[in-house]
Design a protein around this ligand. Structure first.
Ligand SMILES: [Zn+2]
Length: 239
């Protein structure tokens, strides 16, 4: 009997653990809210987002493709990378794109204090504001990882928590795989996750050539399917 009870307790604990992991880490979890995962279902609009930059070469290449195809995007930059590439950050803004906050050091929010999270967010806000004159209103947590205290910290600053609903899995796929995955997950209101940089690692460790090669085909494929590209701010619920 005792063994039976222990088994039940273990099963419940395991189920809770799995659910909790899901709640904190899956992009489509709404356990921590308000959160924007996907834009309006009406109309066929989608939006592109690029994380982890700015980075030498790849951010420039992506900006060139976006300009050529007249597509607006949002760049969720790490404060540390923005400090190293102020000219790229300014170019993102000058070319009409939006800048979002992706923390300073690309840290995991799990088990972090509110103070630590605030420091990561505020440092990055200050860097972006100093370099561009603009203060982002979007925050995307590194790895999509959310933790207690994150949402109140953002709300205090008038910022929005942004996840994503479609991705090219460009951290593990080749160019064709990125195109296929991104187009397969496309739905009205899709927020598409791609990467122009790689966390806060040195330039030699960054290779986003797959994303660069895939981007024109993602844009063309989405347009063939009747989608138009909108800026992320158009996806915010009306205040
Ligand atoms: Zn990231």
């Amino acid at each position: 009997m005792l063994l039976h009870i222990l088994e039940i307790i273990a099963a419940v604990a395991l189920a809770f653990g799995l659910w909790f992991w899901w709640a904190c880490s899956e992009p489509w979890s709404t356990f921590f809210r308000p959160v924007l995962i996907r834009g309006p279902r009406e109309g066929k609009r989608v939006t592109l987002t690029f994380d982890d930059g700015p980075a030498e070469k790849f951010t420039e290449q992506i900006l060139g493709i976006l300009r050529e195809h007249r597509v607006p995007a949002t760049f969720f930059v790490c404060g540390k990378n923005a400090e190293q590439h102020p000219e790229l950050l300014r170019r993102i803004v000058a070319e009409g794109h939006e800048v979002g906050n992706h923390s300073y050091s690309h840290f995991f929010t799990y088990f972090k204090s509110r103070r630590r999270m605030a420091r990561e967010i505020d440092n990055t806000q200050a860097i972006i504001e100093k370099l561009t004159g603009q203060r982002p209103s979007f925050f995307r947590p590194p790895y999509g990882a959310r933790w207690f205290g994150l949402v109140p910290t953002l709300l205090q600053r008038g910022m929005h928590l942004i996840l994503w609903s479609a991705t090219g899995y460009d951290w593990k796929k080749d160019a064709q795989g990125i195109v296929n995955a991104a187009l397969r997950e496309l739905k009205p209101g899709a927020i598409i996750l791609l990467h122009d940089g790689r966390e806060a690692r040195p330039p030699a460790e960054i290779d986003r050539s797959g994303t660069v090669a895939a981007l024109p085909a993602i844009i063309a494929g989405a347009r063939e399917r009747g989608y138009t590209f909108a800026p992320l701010r158009d996806f915010l619920p009306a205040a």
